[in-house]
Design a protein around this ligand. Structure first.
Ligand code: NAP
Ligand code: MG
Length: 492
C-alpha cells in the first residue's frame, strides 16, 4: 500500500473509532450527605463546627459535606492516638496486630467496587484505573505489611526495632486511598498509632476506610482520620505530641513542613514532586515505548508525582516516535471518568486545571511548538486535552517545573552522556524511564541517573514490595518494601 493511502486509512479508522458508552453503575457507592471526624473509633462532630463541600470534578456536582478539623480537633485526635498507643497497641503481641491489618486488607478487597466508584466520583480518575490499579494496590499494601507485623526481628536481624509512637500523616489527592494505605499499613505493622489527613478535594475514600476500620474492631484510637484543608495539616505537623510526620505532596509544602519540625524530635519522611525523564533509545521496541510514554504522562491525567513529563528521544528515531505518538494521542478517549472506555478523566480541581492552563500558556509564550489532541471536551467539569510541546530548551519552564497535568515536554539527544546530563538537569529526582534493547545501556543509565525509581522498558509500575522515594527536591525516606518499615521504627 502506498504510504499516503496507508496514512489516510489510519486516519479514517481513528475518526470512526467510537465505542458505545459503558458507564459503571453508581449504585454500589453509598455516600453520606455529611461526614464527621473519625476519632477514637467513632465519627465525632468537629469542635470547629465547620464543614466543607467535596465535589465531583467531572460534573461539578456536590457529593458530600465534610468536617473541617481545627487545632482543638487535631489535639483530640492526637490524644486518642497517644492513649491507644500507650495502653493497647504498643502492648499487643505483634501477631495480633497483624491479624487486624489482614482483616482491613480483606475488607477493602470485599468492597473494592464501592471504593473504586467513590474514588472516581470524588477525584475524577478513570474508573478503569481506580478499579485495576488504585484499589487492588491499596489492599495489597495492607496484605504485604500485615505479613511483616510479627517478623520485624527478621527484617532487622540482631537489632531491636522499636515503634516511634504517634504518626501524623498527610496525603495528596492523586491516589487518595492508595496513599492512605502506603501510610497507614506500615505504621500499624510497626506498632505505631496514626492521625491521617486526606486532601481537601478527595476525602471520601479515606472516610470509607474509616468505616471499614470501625467495622474491623481495630481498638479505638489506633487510626484516626480527620479531614480539613492545609491549616489542618499544619496543626498536625505542629502538634507537640507527635513522634513522626509522613508527608506526600508538593515540594513547596514539604519545605514548610521541614522547617516546622527542625529542632524537634519528630522523625520525618517527605515524598514530594517530580519531573521524570522518559528516555527512548533508537534500539528500543518503538511501539512498546510509545505506549510507555502514553502511560507515563497521560495516565491519570498526568496527576502522578513520577509522571514521565520530560521525554528524551534519540535523534535517529525522533520522526517515527513523534508520528506514532501523535497517532496514539488521537485515539485516547477523554471524558466521563465513570465510562469504562475512558483513558483520560477529569482534572482533580478547578484550581489544578488553572495551573495546567497557566503552564500551557507559558509554553506558547516561550515559542515552543504545541500539539494537542483533537478530542472534544465535555462542557461541564474540569478537563484538559492531552498536550505535548516540542522544540523545548533545557531552560524552558515547561521542562523544569512540575505541571502535574497531561502535558509532555519533548527533547532530543544523540549520545548516552548527553541524555544523562540533560535528564539530571533538574531540581527533582523522583523517577525515570529507560527504553532500549541493550541490558548494558540500562545498567549504565540506571547507575548515573539521579532518581529514586528507574523503570526499564516499562513505566509507572508499582508493587508493595518495592521501595519508593526521591533524591534532591523530591524528598527523602522510602515508602514500600522493607525500607518502608524502617521509616516507622527506631532501629538500634
Ligand atoms: P500539597 O498542596 O502539598 O498538599 C498535600 C497535602 O498537604 C494535602 O493534604 C494538603 O491539604 C496538605 N497541606 C497543604 N498545606 C499544608 C501545610 N502548610 N502544612 C501541612 N499540610 C499541608 O500537594 P497537592 O497539590 O495536594 O498534591 C500534588 C503534589 O504531590 C505534587 O507536587 C506531587 O508531585 C506530589 N506527590 C508526590 C508523591 C510522591 O510520592 N513523591 C506522590 C503523590 C503526589 P489540602 O489538600 O487541603 O490542601
Ligand atoms: Mg472531590
Amino acid at each position: 500500500m502506498a504510504k499516503s493511502t496507508k496514512n489516510n486509512t489510519l486516519k479514517l479508522k481513528f475518526d470512526t473509532l467510537k465505542y458505545a458508552p459503558a458507564p459503571e453503575s453508581k449504585s454500589s457507592a453509598k455516600i453520606n450527605a455529611q461526614y464527621d471526624l473519625f476519632i477514637n473509633g467513632k465519627f465525632e462532630k468537629p469542635l470547629s463546627k465547620k464543614y466543607f463541600d467535596t465535589i465531583n470534578p467531572a460534573t461539578e456536582e456536590k457529593l458530600s459535606s465534610v468536617a473541617e478539623a481545627n487545632t482543638a480537633d487535631v489535639d483530640k485526635a492526637v490524644k486518642a492516638a497517644r492513649n491507644a498507643y500507650n495502653n493497647v497497641w504498643s502492648k499487643m503481641p505483634a501477631k495480633e496486630r497483624g491479624k487486624y491489618i489482614f482483616r482491613i486488607a480483606r475488607m477493602i478487597q470485599e468492597r473494592a467496587r464501592e471504593f473504586s466508584v467513590i474514588e472516581t466520583l470524588d477525584g475524577g480518575k478513570p474508573i478503569r484505573e481506580s478499579r485495576d490499579i488504585d484499589i487492588p494496590l491499596a489492599a495489597n499494601h495492607f496484605f504485604y505489611y500485615a505479613g511483616w507485623a510479627d517478623k520485624l526481628a527478621y527484617a532487622f536481624p540482631n537489632r531491636q526495632p522499636k515503634s516511634l509512637g504517634v504518626a501524623g500523616q498527610i496525603i495528596p489527592w492523586n491516589f487518595p486511598l492508595l496513599m492512605a494505605a502506603w501510610k497507614i499499613a506500615p505504621a500499624l505493622a510497626t506498632g505505631n498509632t496514626v492521625v491521617l489527613k486526606p486532601a481537601e478535594t478527595t476525602p471520601l475514600t479515606a472516610l470509607k476506610l474509616a468505616e471499614i476500620i470501625q467495622e474491623s474492631d481495630l481498638p479505638p484510637g489506633v487510626v484516626n482520620i480527620i479531614t480539613g484543608a492545609g491549616a489542618t495539616g499544619a496543626a498536625i505537623v505542629n502538634h507537640s505530641d507527635i513522634n513522626k510526620i509522613a508527608f506526600t505532596g508538593s515540594t513547596e509544602v514539604g519545605k514548610i513542613i521541614q522547617r516546622a519540625v527542625a529542632g524537634t524530635n519528630k522523625k520525618i519522611t517527605l515524598e514530594l514532586g517530580g519531573k521524570a525523564a522518559n528516555i527512548i533509545f533508537e534500539d528500543a521496541a518503538i511501539d512498546a515505548a510509545v505506549e510507555g510514554i502514553i502511560n507515563g504522562i497521560y495516565f491519570n491525567q498526568g496527576h502522578v508525582c513520577c509522571a514521565g513529563s520530560r521525554l528524551f528521544v534519540q535523534e535517529s528515531v525522533y520522526k517515527i516516535v513523534m508520528q506514532k505518538l501523535k497517532d496514539r494521542i488521537a485515539t485516547l478517549i477523554v471524558g466521563d471518568p465513570m465510562d469504562k472506555n475512558t483513558d483520560v478523566g477529569a482534572i482533580n480541581s478547578k484550581q489544578q486545571l488553572e495551573t495546567i492552563h497557566k503552564y500551557i500558556n507559558i509554553g506558547k509564550k516561550e515559542g515552543l511548538d504545541i500539539f494537542e489532541s483533537s478530542c472534544v471536551l465535555p462542557e461541564k467539569g474540569f478537563f484538559c486535552k492531552p498536550t505535548l510541546f516540542t522544540n523545548v530548551a533545557q531552560s524552558s519552564r515547561i521542562a523544569q517545573e512540575e505541571i502535574f497535568g497531561p502535558v509532555l515536554a519533548i527533547q532530543t539527544f544523540r549520545t548516552d552522556d548527553e541524555v544523562i546530563e540533560k535528564a539530571n538537569n533538574t531540581a527533582y529526582g523522583l523517577s525515570a524511564g529507560v527504553w532500549t534493547d541493550k541490558g548494558s545501556k540500562v545498567f549504565n543509565l540506571t547507575s548515573k541517573l539521579r532518581a529514586g525509581v528507574i523503570w526499564a522498558n516499562t513505566y509507572n509500575k508499582f508493587d508493595p514490595t518495592s521501595p519508593f522515594g526521591g533524591y534532591k527536591e523530591s524528598g527523602f525516606g522510602r515508602e514500600g518494601g522493607l525500607h518502608g518499615l524502617s521509616a516507622y521504627l527506631n532501629v538500634q
